[in-house]
Design a protein around this ligand. Sequence first.
Ligand SMILES: Cc1ncc(C[n+]2csc(CCOP(=O)(O)OP(=O)(O)O)c2C)c(N)n1
Ligand SMILES: [Mg+2]
Length: 557
Amino acid sequence: MAAIKAGLAIIEALRAEGVEYIFGVCGTTTNSIVTELHGRNDIHFLDTRHEEGAAFMAYGYTRACRKPAVCLTTSGPATINLATGIALAYKGRAPVIAIGGDVATDYLDRDGAQAFDLVNLFRPITYLSRQAYKTERIPELLRDAFRTAMSGKRGPVFVDIPRDLMDNQTIDDSLIYPPSAYRAVEGRMQGDRQAVRRAAALLSRAERPVLIAGGGVIDGDATAEAVALAERLDMALIPAYGHNDAVPNSHRLYIGIPGNRGAPEAMEAIHRADVILALGSKLSQHSTHWNNAVINPRTRIIQVDIDPHEVGRNHPVEVGIVGDAKAVAEQLLESLDASRGSNPAWRAEIEALAKKRKARLEQEHSLEGDPMMPQRVYPELRKALPRDCMVTLDAGVAPGLTYDRLSFELPGTFFNYSGHGGLGMGYGVGLGTKVGRPDRPAVSIQGDGGFLYTSQELNTAVRHRIPLVAIVLNNSCHGAEKAQQKRNFAERYVGVDLVNPRFDRLAEVYGARGFYVTRPRDIAETVTAALALDVPSVIEIPVAEHFPLPAKTPAGH
Ligand SMILES: Cc1ncc(C[n+]2csc(CCOP(=O)(O)OP(=O)(O)O)c2C)c(N)n1
Ligand SMILES: [Mg+2]
Protein backbone atom coordinates (compact mmCIF):
# COMPACT_ATOMS: atom_id res chain seq x y z
CA MET A 1 0.00 0.00 0.00
CA ALA A 2 1.54 3.30 -1.08
CA ALA A 3 0.26 6.74 -1.95
CA ILE A 4 1.19 7.49 -5.55
CA LYS A 5 0.59 10.63 -7.59
CA ALA A 6 -2.99 10.73 -8.86
CA GLY A 7 -1.82 11.06 -12.48
CA LEU A 8 0.35 7.98 -12.10
CA ALA A 9 -2.56 6.07 -10.56
CA ILE A 10 -4.61 6.75 -13.70
CA ILE A 11 -1.79 5.53 -15.90
CA GLU A 12 -1.43 2.37 -13.79
CA ALA A 13 -5.17 1.72 -13.96
CA LEU A 14 -4.94 1.97 -17.77
CA ARG A 15 -1.90 -0.28 -17.84
CA ALA A 16 -3.79 -2.89 -15.82
CA GLU A 17 -6.22 -2.96 -18.78
CA GLY A 18 -3.33 -3.46 -21.21
CA VAL A 19 -3.62 0.05 -22.66
CA GLU A 20 -0.58 0.86 -24.84
CA TYR A 21 -1.65 4.11 -26.44
CA ILE A 22 -3.47 7.18 -25.23
CA PHE A 23 -4.77 9.23 -28.16
CA GLY A 24 -5.16 12.95 -27.61
CA VAL A 25 -3.82 16.49 -27.55
CA CYS A 26 -2.13 18.06 -24.51
CA GLY A 27 -3.68 20.76 -22.30
CA THR A 28 -3.37 22.34 -18.88
CA THR A 29 -5.97 20.18 -17.17
CA THR A 30 -4.34 16.90 -18.20
CA ASN A 31 -0.67 17.71 -17.61
CA SER A 32 -0.60 15.89 -14.29
CA ILE A 33 -1.63 12.73 -16.20
CA VAL A 34 0.38 12.96 -19.45
CA THR A 35 3.63 13.93 -17.75
CA GLU A 36 3.52 10.59 -15.93
CA LEU A 37 4.11 8.99 -19.36
CA HIS A 38 7.53 10.64 -19.59
CA GLY A 39 10.26 8.07 -20.14
CA ARG A 40 7.90 5.07 -20.17
CA ASN A 41 8.07 2.45 -22.89
CA ASP A 42 5.02 0.40 -21.98
CA ILE A 43 2.46 3.13 -22.70
CA HIS A 44 2.63 6.09 -25.08
CA PHE A 45 0.85 9.38 -25.68
CA LEU A 46 -0.05 9.35 -29.37
CA ASP A 47 -0.67 13.02 -29.99
CA THR A 48 -2.76 14.00 -32.98
CA ARG A 49 -3.27 17.41 -34.62
CA HIS A 50 -6.92 17.62 -33.68
CA GLU A 51 -8.95 15.83 -31.00
CA GLU A 52 -11.36 14.54 -33.64
CA GLY A 53 -8.38 12.71 -35.16
CA ALA A 54 -7.64 11.19 -31.74
CA ALA A 55 -11.18 9.83 -31.40
CA PHE A 56 -11.16 8.47 -34.97
CA MET A 57 -7.81 6.80 -34.35
CA ALA A 58 -9.04 5.32 -31.08
CA TYR A 59 -12.02 3.87 -32.94
CA GLY A 60 -9.84 2.32 -35.65
CA TYR A 61 -7.41 1.02 -33.05
CA THR A 62 -9.94 -0.85 -30.95
CA ARG A 63 -11.88 -2.17 -33.94
CA ALA A 64 -8.66 -3.56 -35.39
CA CYS A 65 -7.09 -5.10 -32.29
CA ARG A 66 -10.12 -5.47 -30.01
CA LYS A 67 -8.37 -3.97 -26.99
CA PRO A 68 -10.00 -0.96 -25.29
CA ALA A 69 -8.85 2.41 -26.64
CA VAL A 70 -8.29 5.54 -24.58
CA CYS A 71 -8.51 9.24 -25.48
CA LEU A 72 -7.28 12.01 -23.22
CA THR A 73 -8.16 15.64 -23.89
CA THR A 74 -8.24 18.90 -22.03
CA SER A 75 -11.13 21.10 -20.94
CA GLY A 76 -14.03 22.54 -22.93
CA PRO A 77 -13.52 22.80 -26.69
CA ALA A 78 -10.75 20.19 -26.72
CA THR A 79 -13.00 17.52 -25.29
CA ILE A 80 -15.97 18.74 -27.34
CA ASN A 81 -13.79 18.09 -30.41
CA LEU A 82 -13.89 14.38 -29.53
CA ALA A 83 -17.66 14.22 -29.89
CA THR A 84 -17.87 13.28 -33.59
CA GLY A 85 -15.47 10.37 -33.11
CA ILE A 86 -17.14 9.23 -29.90
CA ALA A 87 -20.46 9.23 -31.75
CA LEU A 88 -18.80 6.93 -34.29
CA ALA A 89 -17.73 4.58 -31.48
CA TYR A 90 -21.32 4.65 -30.20
CA LYS A 91 -22.73 3.61 -33.57
CA GLY A 92 -19.90 1.15 -34.19
CA ARG A 93 -20.08 -0.48 -30.74
CA ALA A 94 -16.47 0.25 -29.93
CA PRO A 95 -14.99 0.47 -26.42
CA VAL A 96 -13.41 3.92 -26.52
CA ILE A 97 -12.77 5.36 -23.06
CA ALA A 98 -12.68 9.16 -23.34
CA ILE A 99 -11.12 10.94 -20.39
CA GLY A 100 -11.65 14.69 -20.33
CA GLY A 101 -9.54 16.76 -17.99
CA ASP A 102 -11.94 19.44 -16.85
CA VAL A 103 -11.50 22.84 -15.25
CA ALA A 104 -11.22 22.87 -11.45
CA THR A 105 -14.44 22.36 -9.50
CA ASP A 106 -14.33 26.02 -8.39
CA TYR A 107 -14.83 27.03 -12.03
CA LEU A 108 -17.77 24.73 -12.70
CA ASP A 109 -21.36 25.98 -12.90
CA ARG A 110 -20.37 29.67 -12.86
CA ASP A 111 -19.45 30.24 -16.51
CA GLY A 112 -15.73 29.77 -15.88
CA ALA A 113 -13.27 29.85 -18.77
CA GLN A 114 -13.55 26.65 -20.86
CA ALA A 115 -16.21 25.33 -18.49
CA PHE A 116 -19.06 23.39 -20.12
CA ASP A 117 -21.44 20.67 -19.04
CA LEU A 118 -19.45 17.94 -20.77
CA VAL A 119 -21.14 15.08 -18.95
CA ASN A 120 -24.49 15.96 -20.47
CA LEU A 121 -22.92 16.72 -23.82
CA PHE A 122 -21.56 13.18 -24.05
CA ARG A 123 -24.49 11.39 -22.43
CA PRO A 124 -26.49 10.47 -25.56
CA ILE A 125 -23.40 9.21 -27.44
CA THR A 126 -21.89 7.06 -24.67
CA TYR A 127 -23.02 4.17 -22.45
CA LEU A 128 -21.77 5.98 -19.34
CA SER A 129 -20.90 9.63 -18.82
CA ARG A 130 -19.82 10.73 -15.38
CA GLN A 131 -17.77 13.32 -13.55
CA ALA A 132 -15.35 12.45 -10.74
CA TYR A 133 -15.94 14.36 -7.51
CA LYS A 134 -13.45 12.76 -5.13
CA THR A 135 -9.86 11.85 -5.92
CA GLU A 136 -9.78 8.49 -4.17
CA ARG A 137 -12.88 7.37 -6.06
CA ILE A 138 -11.30 7.92 -9.49
CA PRO A 139 -10.04 4.30 -9.75
CA GLU A 140 -13.58 3.08 -9.02
CA LEU A 141 -14.95 5.39 -11.72
CA LEU A 142 -12.41 4.04 -14.20
CA ARG A 143 -13.40 0.48 -13.28
CA ASP A 144 -17.04 1.35 -13.97
CA ALA A 145 -15.97 2.88 -17.26
CA PHE A 146 -14.03 -0.19 -18.44
CA ARG A 147 -16.71 -2.61 -17.21
CA THR A 148 -19.38 -0.71 -19.15
CA ALA A 149 -17.26 -0.30 -22.28
CA MET A 150 -16.10 -3.92 -22.44
CA SER A 151 -19.15 -5.93 -21.33
CA GLY A 152 -21.95 -7.29 -23.53
CA LYS A 153 -22.65 -4.78 -26.25
CA ARG A 154 -19.43 -2.79 -26.27
CA GLY A 155 -19.36 0.97 -26.56
CA PRO A 156 -17.79 4.29 -25.61
CA VAL A 157 -17.78 5.94 -22.18
CA PHE A 158 -16.86 9.41 -20.97
CA VAL A 159 -15.07 10.21 -17.72
CA ASP A 160 -14.69 13.85 -16.71
CA ILE A 161 -11.98 14.67 -14.16
CA PRO A 162 -11.75 18.23 -12.78
CA ARG A 163 -8.10 19.22 -12.49
CA ASP A 164 -8.10 20.00 -8.77
CA LEU A 165 -8.84 16.32 -8.13
CA MET A 166 -5.55 15.50 -9.91
CA ASP A 167 -2.98 18.27 -9.43
CA ASN A 168 -0.79 17.59 -6.35
CA GLN A 169 -3.12 14.79 -5.22
CA THR A 170 -2.33 11.17 -4.39
CA ILE A 171 -4.21 7.88 -4.64
CA ASP A 172 -3.53 4.68 -2.75
CA ASP A 173 -2.09 2.18 -5.23
CA SER A 174 -3.96 -0.70 -3.55
CA LEU A 175 -7.08 0.72 -5.28
CA ILE A 176 -5.73 -0.36 -8.69
CA TYR A 177 -7.00 -3.88 -9.50
CA PRO A 178 -6.49 -6.25 -12.40
CA PRO A 179 -9.53 -6.29 -14.77
CA SER A 180 -10.49 -9.84 -13.75
CA ALA A 181 -11.35 -8.41 -10.30
CA TYR A 182 -13.98 -5.99 -11.61
CA ARG A 183 -15.40 -7.33 -14.84
CA ALA A 184 -16.07 -10.71 -16.44
CA VAL A 185 -13.09 -11.27 -18.70
CA GLU A 186 -13.97 -14.85 -19.60
CA GLY A 187 -16.96 -16.82 -20.75
CA ARG A 188 -19.59 -16.42 -23.42
CA MET A 189 -23.29 -15.96 -22.92
CA GLN A 190 -25.13 -19.14 -23.98
CA GLY A 191 -28.59 -18.96 -25.48
CA ASP A 192 -31.65 -20.33 -23.73
CA ARG A 193 -31.74 -24.10 -24.44
CA GLN A 194 -35.42 -24.25 -25.30
CA ALA A 195 -35.12 -21.39 -27.73
CA VAL A 196 -32.04 -22.95 -29.33
CA ARG A 197 -33.95 -26.22 -29.77
CA ARG A 198 -36.84 -24.44 -31.49
CA ALA A 199 -34.43 -22.54 -33.72
CA ALA A 200 -32.57 -25.72 -34.65
CA ALA A 201 -35.85 -27.47 -35.54
CA LEU A 202 -36.87 -24.55 -37.75
CA LEU A 203 -33.50 -24.50 -39.50
CA SER A 204 -33.49 -28.28 -39.97
CA ARG A 205 -36.81 -28.04 -41.85
CA ALA A 206 -35.94 -24.94 -43.88
CA GLU A 207 -36.00 -25.14 -47.67
CA ARG A 208 -34.33 -21.84 -48.52
CA PRO A 209 -32.35 -20.76 -45.45
CA VAL A 210 -30.21 -17.64 -45.36
CA LEU A 211 -27.64 -16.69 -42.74
CA ILE A 212 -27.19 -12.96 -42.19
CA ALA A 213 -23.91 -12.46 -40.34
CA GLY A 214 -23.78 -9.16 -38.44
CA GLY A 215 -21.22 -7.29 -36.40
CA GLY A 216 -21.82 -9.74 -33.55
CA VAL A 217 -20.15 -12.44 -35.63
CA ILE A 218 -17.00 -10.31 -35.82
CA ASP A 219 -17.12 -9.18 -32.19
CA GLY A 220 -17.93 -12.71 -31.00
CA ASP A 221 -15.30 -14.49 -33.15
CA ALA A 222 -18.07 -16.55 -34.69
CA THR A 223 -16.94 -16.64 -38.33
CA ALA A 224 -15.96 -20.32 -38.31
CA GLU A 225 -19.26 -21.31 -36.69
CA ALA A 226 -21.26 -19.18 -39.14
CA VAL A 227 -19.51 -20.87 -42.05
CA ALA A 228 -20.03 -24.32 -40.50
CA LEU A 229 -23.76 -23.65 -40.11
CA ALA A 230 -24.05 -22.39 -43.67
CA GLU A 231 -22.23 -25.42 -45.06
CA ARG A 232 -24.19 -27.85 -42.94
CA LEU A 233 -27.54 -26.44 -44.09
CA ASP A 234 -26.68 -25.02 -47.53
CA MET A 235 -27.48 -21.51 -46.36
CA ALA A 236 -26.69 -18.40 -48.34
CA LEU A 237 -23.89 -16.66 -46.46
CA ILE A 238 -24.64 -12.95 -46.41
CA PRO A 239 -22.97 -10.36 -44.18
CA ALA A 240 -25.13 -7.54 -42.87
CA TYR A 241 -24.46 -4.17 -44.48
CA GLY A 242 -21.00 -2.88 -43.65
CA HIS A 243 -19.92 -6.11 -41.96
CA ASN A 244 -18.53 -7.53 -45.21
CA ASP A 245 -15.63 -9.15 -43.32
CA ALA A 246 -17.90 -11.27 -41.07
CA VAL A 247 -17.52 -14.25 -43.43
CA PRO A 248 -14.91 -15.16 -46.06
CA ASN A 249 -16.06 -13.60 -49.32
CA SER A 250 -14.42 -16.29 -51.43
CA HIS A 251 -16.82 -18.87 -49.99
CA ARG A 252 -19.05 -20.54 -52.60
CA LEU A 253 -22.17 -19.66 -50.56
CA TYR A 254 -21.30 -15.94 -50.32
CA ILE A 255 -23.42 -13.63 -52.49
CA GLY A 256 -22.45 -10.12 -51.35
CA ILE A 257 -24.17 -7.76 -48.93
CA PRO A 258 -27.68 -6.26 -48.96
CA GLY A 259 -28.40 -2.54 -48.88
CA ASN A 260 -28.32 0.55 -51.07
CA ARG A 261 -24.69 0.12 -51.96
CA GLY A 262 -24.87 -3.66 -51.83
CA ALA A 263 -25.64 -6.50 -54.20
CA PRO A 264 -29.17 -6.93 -55.63
CA GLU A 265 -28.37 -10.65 -55.79
CA ALA A 266 -27.90 -10.82 -52.01
CA MET A 267 -31.20 -9.03 -51.51
CA GLU A 268 -32.90 -11.47 -53.87
CA ALA A 269 -31.64 -14.42 -51.83
CA ILE A 270 -32.87 -12.80 -48.61
CA HIS A 271 -36.24 -12.14 -50.20
CA ARG A 272 -36.50 -15.77 -51.35
CA ALA A 273 -35.61 -17.17 -47.92
CA ASP A 274 -38.17 -19.14 -45.95
CA VAL A 275 -35.99 -18.96 -42.83
CA ILE A 276 -33.41 -16.31 -41.91
CA LEU A 277 -30.87 -16.82 -39.17
CA ALA A 278 -29.78 -13.31 -38.16
CA LEU A 279 -26.60 -14.04 -36.24
CA GLY A 280 -25.39 -11.02 -34.29
CA SER A 281 -27.33 -8.70 -36.59
CA LYS A 282 -29.79 -5.93 -35.79
CA LEU A 283 -31.44 -6.39 -39.20
CA SER A 284 -31.21 -2.65 -39.31
CA GLN A 285 -32.19 0.02 -41.78
CA HIS A 286 -29.11 -0.42 -43.98
CA SER A 287 -29.64 -4.13 -44.54
CA THR A 288 -33.42 -4.31 -44.61
CA HIS A 289 -34.80 -0.76 -45.15
CA TRP A 290 -36.90 -1.39 -41.99
CA ASN A 291 -39.72 -2.62 -44.17
CA ASN A 292 -40.40 -5.56 -46.46
CA ALA A 293 -38.38 -4.26 -49.38
CA VAL A 294 -35.73 -6.89 -48.70
CA ILE A 295 -37.15 -9.25 -46.08
CA ASN A 296 -40.28 -11.02 -47.21
CA PRO A 297 -43.09 -10.71 -44.63
CA ARG A 298 -43.66 -14.49 -44.84
CA THR A 299 -40.05 -15.31 -43.90
CA ARG A 300 -39.55 -16.75 -40.44
CA ILE A 301 -36.73 -15.11 -38.56
CA ILE A 302 -34.42 -16.47 -35.89
CA GLN A 303 -32.49 -13.61 -34.35
CA VAL A 304 -29.47 -13.96 -32.06
CA ASP A 305 -28.00 -10.91 -30.33
CA ILE A 306 -25.99 -10.26 -27.18
CA ASP A 307 -28.22 -7.27 -26.49
CA PRO A 308 -31.83 -8.14 -25.56
CA HIS A 309 -32.95 -4.72 -26.81
CA GLU A 310 -32.05 -5.63 -30.39
CA VAL A 311 -34.02 -8.88 -30.57
CA GLY A 312 -37.21 -8.32 -32.52
CA ARG A 313 -36.60 -4.59 -32.64
CA ASN A 314 -36.77 -4.12 -36.40
CA HIS A 315 -38.59 -7.23 -37.68
CA PRO A 316 -40.94 -9.65 -35.95
CA VAL A 317 -39.07 -12.83 -34.98
CA GLU A 318 -40.17 -16.44 -34.73
CA VAL A 319 -37.38 -17.26 -32.28
CA GLY A 320 -35.38 -14.63 -30.40
CA ILE A 321 -32.21 -15.71 -28.63
CA VAL A 322 -30.16 -13.52 -26.32
CA GLY A 323 -26.56 -14.68 -26.34
CA ASP A 324 -23.11 -14.53 -27.79
CA ALA A 325 -22.99 -15.28 -31.53
CA LYS A 326 -20.27 -17.92 -31.23
CA ALA A 327 -21.78 -19.70 -28.22
CA VAL A 328 -25.27 -19.81 -29.77
CA ALA A 329 -23.94 -20.90 -33.19
CA GLU A 330 -22.12 -23.77 -31.45
CA GLN A 331 -25.33 -24.70 -29.63
CA LEU A 332 -27.25 -24.66 -32.90
CA LEU A 333 -24.66 -26.85 -34.63
CA GLU A 334 -25.06 -29.40 -31.83
CA SER A 335 -28.85 -29.29 -31.94
CA LEU A 336 -29.50 -29.60 -35.69
CA ASP A 337 -31.40 -32.62 -36.85
CA ALA A 338 -28.73 -35.19 -37.77
CA SER A 339 -30.95 -36.71 -40.46
CA ARG A 340 -31.10 -33.48 -42.45
CA GLY A 341 -29.55 -34.07 -45.87
CA SER A 342 -28.11 -31.59 -48.31
CA ASN A 343 -30.26 -29.17 -50.27
CA PRO A 344 -28.94 -29.18 -53.83
CA ALA A 345 -31.78 -27.14 -55.35
CA TRP A 346 -31.31 -24.15 -53.05
CA ARG A 347 -27.54 -24.48 -53.22
CA ALA A 348 -27.75 -24.25 -57.00
CA GLU A 349 -29.87 -21.08 -56.70
CA ILE A 350 -27.32 -19.55 -54.34
CA GLU A 351 -24.44 -20.41 -56.60
CA ALA A 352 -26.28 -18.97 -59.60
CA LEU A 353 -26.86 -15.69 -57.75
CA ALA A 354 -23.19 -15.56 -56.71
CA LYS A 355 -22.18 -16.12 -60.33
CA LYS A 356 -24.56 -13.42 -61.55
CA ARG A 357 -22.99 -10.93 -59.14
CA LYS A 358 -19.47 -11.80 -60.24
CA ALA A 359 -20.40 -11.41 -63.91
CA ARG A 360 -21.97 -8.01 -63.18
CA LEU A 361 -18.78 -6.78 -61.51
CA GLU A 362 -16.51 -8.31 -64.16
CA GLN A 363 -18.05 -6.00 -66.78
CA GLU A 364 -16.51 -3.04 -65.01
CA HIS A 365 -13.07 -4.12 -66.20
CA SER A 366 -13.88 -2.72 -69.60
CA LEU A 367 -15.31 0.64 -68.48
CA GLU A 368 -13.60 3.42 -70.40
CA GLY A 369 -13.18 7.13 -69.83
CA ASP A 370 -10.72 9.85 -69.00
CA PRO A 371 -10.73 10.54 -66.13
CA MET A 372 -11.59 6.94 -65.40
CA MET A 373 -14.95 5.91 -63.95
CA PRO A 374 -14.60 5.26 -60.20
CA GLN A 375 -15.83 1.67 -60.64
CA ARG A 376 -12.78 1.03 -62.82
CA VAL A 377 -10.53 1.46 -59.77
CA TYR A 378 -11.94 -1.56 -57.98
CA PRO A 379 -10.89 -4.50 -60.19
CA GLU A 380 -7.36 -3.08 -59.88
CA LEU A 381 -7.63 -2.81 -56.08
CA ARG A 382 -8.89 -6.41 -55.97
CA LYS A 383 -5.64 -7.41 -57.67
CA ALA A 384 -3.37 -5.36 -55.42
CA LEU A 385 -4.74 -5.59 -51.89
CA PRO A 386 -3.27 -8.49 -49.89
CA ARG A 387 -5.62 -10.96 -48.24
CA ASP A 388 -4.96 -9.59 -44.74
CA CYS A 389 -5.11 -5.94 -45.78
CA MET A 390 -7.24 -3.70 -43.58
CA VAL A 391 -9.48 -1.35 -45.57
CA THR A 392 -11.12 1.73 -44.05
CA LEU A 393 -13.81 3.54 -46.00
CA ASP A 394 -14.92 7.11 -45.71
CA ALA A 395 -18.41 8.34 -46.59
CA GLY A 396 -18.94 9.49 -50.18
CA VAL A 397 -20.14 7.91 -53.36
CA ALA A 398 -16.82 6.82 -54.89
CA PRO A 399 -15.48 5.15 -51.72
CA GLY A 400 -18.94 3.62 -51.18
CA LEU A 401 -18.51 1.52 -54.32
CA THR A 402 -16.29 -0.64 -52.13
CA TYR A 403 -19.27 -2.23 -50.35
CA ASP A 404 -20.13 -4.41 -53.32
CA ARG A 405 -16.72 -4.56 -54.96
CA LEU A 406 -13.86 -5.42 -52.64
CA SER A 407 -13.42 -8.85 -51.17
CA PHE A 408 -12.64 -9.66 -47.54
CA GLU A 409 -11.41 -12.95 -46.17
CA LEU A 410 -10.60 -12.25 -42.53
CA PRO A 411 -12.71 -10.70 -39.77
CA GLY A 412 -11.33 -7.36 -38.62
CA THR A 413 -10.20 -6.21 -42.04
CA PHE A 414 -13.06 -3.86 -43.01
CA PHE A 415 -13.90 -0.59 -41.28
CA ASN A 416 -16.48 1.99 -42.24
CA TYR A 417 -18.78 4.58 -40.76
CA SER A 418 -21.13 1.98 -39.30
CA GLY A 419 -24.33 3.99 -39.50
CA HIS A 420 -22.61 7.15 -38.22
CA GLY A 421 -22.16 8.63 -41.66
CA GLY A 422 -19.57 11.24 -40.74
CA LEU A 423 -17.56 12.43 -43.70
CA GLY A 424 -13.84 12.61 -42.90
CA MET A 425 -13.57 9.60 -40.61
CA GLY A 426 -11.69 7.47 -43.13
CA TYR A 427 -8.16 8.76 -42.77
CA GLY A 428 -8.11 8.96 -38.97
CA VAL A 429 -9.78 5.58 -38.49
CA GLY A 430 -7.39 4.06 -41.02
CA LEU A 431 -4.42 5.37 -39.05
CA GLY A 432 -5.86 3.82 -35.90
CA THR A 433 -6.26 0.41 -37.55
CA LYS A 434 -2.58 0.43 -38.46
CA VAL A 435 -1.57 1.33 -34.90
CA GLY A 436 -3.78 -1.48 -33.59
CA ARG A 437 -2.56 -4.11 -36.06
CA PRO A 438 0.89 -3.06 -37.28
CA ASP A 439 1.39 -6.59 -38.62
CA ARG A 440 -1.32 -6.09 -41.26
CA PRO A 441 -1.14 -3.82 -44.32
CA ALA A 442 -3.65 -0.96 -44.20
CA VAL A 443 -5.29 1.38 -46.71
CA SER A 444 -7.98 4.01 -46.40
CA ILE A 445 -10.24 4.91 -49.31
CA GLN A 446 -11.80 8.35 -49.38
CA GLY A 447 -13.01 11.06 -51.69
CA ASP A 448 -11.48 14.49 -52.16
CA GLY A 449 -14.11 16.01 -49.89
CA GLY A 450 -13.56 13.51 -47.10
CA PHE A 451 -9.79 13.61 -47.19
CA LEU A 452 -9.53 17.34 -46.55
CA TYR A 453 -11.67 17.01 -43.43
CA THR A 454 -8.81 15.37 -41.55
CA SER A 455 -5.76 15.51 -43.82
CA GLN A 456 -3.79 17.39 -41.14
CA GLU A 457 -3.36 13.99 -39.51
CA LEU A 458 -0.80 13.31 -42.25
CA ASN A 459 1.46 15.08 -39.80
CA THR A 460 0.52 12.53 -37.11
CA ALA A 461 1.23 9.69 -39.54
CA VAL A 462 4.66 11.08 -40.38
CA ARG A 463 5.68 11.91 -36.78
CA HIS A 464 4.52 8.58 -35.40
CA ARG A 465 5.58 6.59 -38.50
CA ILE A 466 2.20 5.08 -39.29
CA PRO A 467 2.47 3.56 -42.77
CA LEU A 468 -1.13 3.87 -43.91
CA VAL A 469 -1.72 4.13 -47.66
CA ALA A 470 -4.49 6.67 -48.31
CA ILE A 471 -6.21 6.29 -51.68
CA VAL A 472 -8.01 9.51 -52.63
CA LEU A 473 -10.63 9.16 -55.36
CA ASN A 474 -10.79 12.72 -56.62
CA ASN A 475 -13.89 13.72 -58.58
CA SER A 476 -13.49 17.40 -57.59
CA CYS A 477 -16.86 17.48 -55.92
CA HIS A 478 -18.95 16.38 -52.98
CA GLY A 479 -20.25 13.67 -55.27
CA ALA A 480 -22.79 12.10 -52.97
CA GLU A 481 -24.51 15.46 -52.49
CA LYS A 482 -24.08 16.58 -56.08
CA ALA A 483 -25.99 13.44 -57.05
CA GLN A 484 -28.92 14.55 -54.90
CA GLN A 485 -28.89 18.06 -56.33
CA LYS A 486 -28.74 16.65 -59.84
CA ARG A 487 -31.56 14.19 -59.40
CA ASN A 488 -33.90 15.93 -57.03
CA PHE A 489 -33.14 19.64 -57.34
CA ALA A 490 -32.94 20.24 -61.10
CA GLU A 491 -29.12 20.57 -61.13
CA ARG A 492 -29.20 23.75 -59.03
CA TYR A 493 -25.72 23.07 -57.74
CA VAL A 494 -24.71 24.86 -54.56
CA GLY A 495 -21.74 24.00 -52.36
CA VAL A 496 -20.92 20.77 -54.13
CA ASP A 497 -18.13 21.59 -56.60
CA LEU A 498 -14.64 21.63 -55.12
CA VAL A 499 -11.25 23.00 -56.06
CA ASN A 500 -8.54 20.90 -54.45
CA PRO A 501 -4.80 20.90 -54.02
CA ARG A 502 -2.91 18.00 -55.60
CA PHE A 503 -3.16 15.40 -52.87
CA ASP A 504 0.10 13.65 -53.79
CA ARG A 505 1.91 16.97 -53.45
CA LEU A 506 0.16 17.75 -50.20
CA ALA A 507 1.45 14.42 -48.87
CA GLU A 508 5.00 15.27 -49.92
CA VAL A 509 4.83 18.65 -48.17
CA TYR A 510 3.99 16.81 -44.96
CA GLY A 511 6.95 14.46 -45.47
CA ALA A 512 4.83 11.51 -46.63
CA ARG A 513 5.07 9.89 -50.08
CA GLY A 514 2.71 10.95 -52.85
CA PHE A 515 1.56 9.17 -56.02
CA TYR A 516 -0.67 10.39 -58.84
CA VAL A 517 -2.28 7.74 -61.03
CA THR A 518 -4.37 8.48 -64.11
CA ARG A 519 -4.37 5.12 -65.93
CA PRO A 520 -6.23 2.06 -64.60
CA ARG A 521 -3.34 -0.19 -65.56
CA ASP A 522 -1.00 1.66 -63.17
CA ILE A 523 -3.22 1.36 -60.10
CA ALA A 524 -2.36 -2.14 -58.88
CA GLU A 525 1.36 -1.61 -59.30
CA THR A 526 1.28 1.72 -57.47
CA VAL A 527 -0.74 0.36 -54.55
CA THR A 528 1.62 -2.60 -54.24
CA ALA A 529 4.65 -0.29 -54.35
CA ALA A 530 3.15 2.07 -51.76
CA LEU A 531 2.38 -0.79 -49.40
CA ALA A 532 5.92 -2.13 -49.81
CA LEU A 533 7.45 1.26 -48.95
CA ASP A 534 6.02 0.95 -45.46
CA VAL A 535 5.80 4.73 -44.95
CA PRO A 536 2.75 7.03 -44.84
CA SER A 537 1.59 7.71 -48.38
CA VAL A 538 -1.22 9.16 -50.45
CA ILE A 539 -2.30 7.92 -53.88
CA GLU A 540 -4.48 10.39 -55.75
CA ILE A 541 -6.62 8.92 -58.52
CA PRO A 542 -8.66 11.45 -60.54
CA VAL A 543 -12.05 9.91 -61.29
CA ALA A 544 -15.13 10.98 -63.23
CA GLU A 545 -18.29 12.21 -61.57
CA HIS A 546 -20.63 9.26 -61.27
CA PHE A 547 -23.96 9.13 -59.54
CA PRO A 548 -25.20 5.56 -59.22
CA LEU A 549 -28.78 4.86 -58.26
CA PRO A 550 -29.34 2.81 -55.10
CA ALA A 551 -29.41 -0.94 -55.74
CA LYS A 552 -32.97 -2.10 -56.52
CA THR A 553 -34.58 -4.22 -53.85
CA PRO A 554 -36.61 -7.32 -54.76
CA ALA A 555 -39.82 -5.52 -53.83
CA GLY A 556 -38.82 -2.75 -56.23
CA HIS A 557 -38.19 0.01 -53.66
C1 LIG B 1 -19.56 15.40 -41.24
C2 LIG B 1 -20.38 15.34 -42.48
N1 LIG B 1 -20.64 16.46 -43.18
C3 LIG B 1 -21.36 16.42 -44.32
C4 LIG B 1 -21.87 15.22 -44.76
C5 LIG B 1 -22.71 15.17 -46.03
N2 LIG B 1 -21.96 14.46 -47.08
C6 LIG B 1 -22.09 13.13 -47.29
S1 LIG B 1 -21.17 12.57 -48.54
C7 LIG B 1 -20.58 14.12 -48.87
C8 LIG B 1 -19.67 14.37 -50.03
C9 LIG B 1 -18.49 13.48 -50.08
O1 LIG B 1 -17.58 13.95 -51.00
P1 LIG B 1 -16.26 13.16 -51.29
O2 LIG B 1 -15.59 12.80 -50.03
O3 LIG B 1 -15.46 13.92 -52.27
O4 LIG B 1 -16.80 11.78 -51.92
P2 LIG B 1 -17.63 11.62 -53.28
O5 LIG B 1 -19.07 11.50 -52.88
O6 LIG B 1 -17.37 12.80 -54.14
O7 LIG B 1 -17.11 10.36 -53.87
C10 LIG B 1 -21.10 15.06 -47.98
C11 LIG B 1 -20.76 16.50 -47.96
C12 LIG B 1 -21.60 14.08 -43.97
N3 LIG B 1 -22.04 12.87 -44.30
N4 LIG B 1 -20.85 14.16 -42.86
MG1 LIG C 1 -15.55 13.82 -54.28
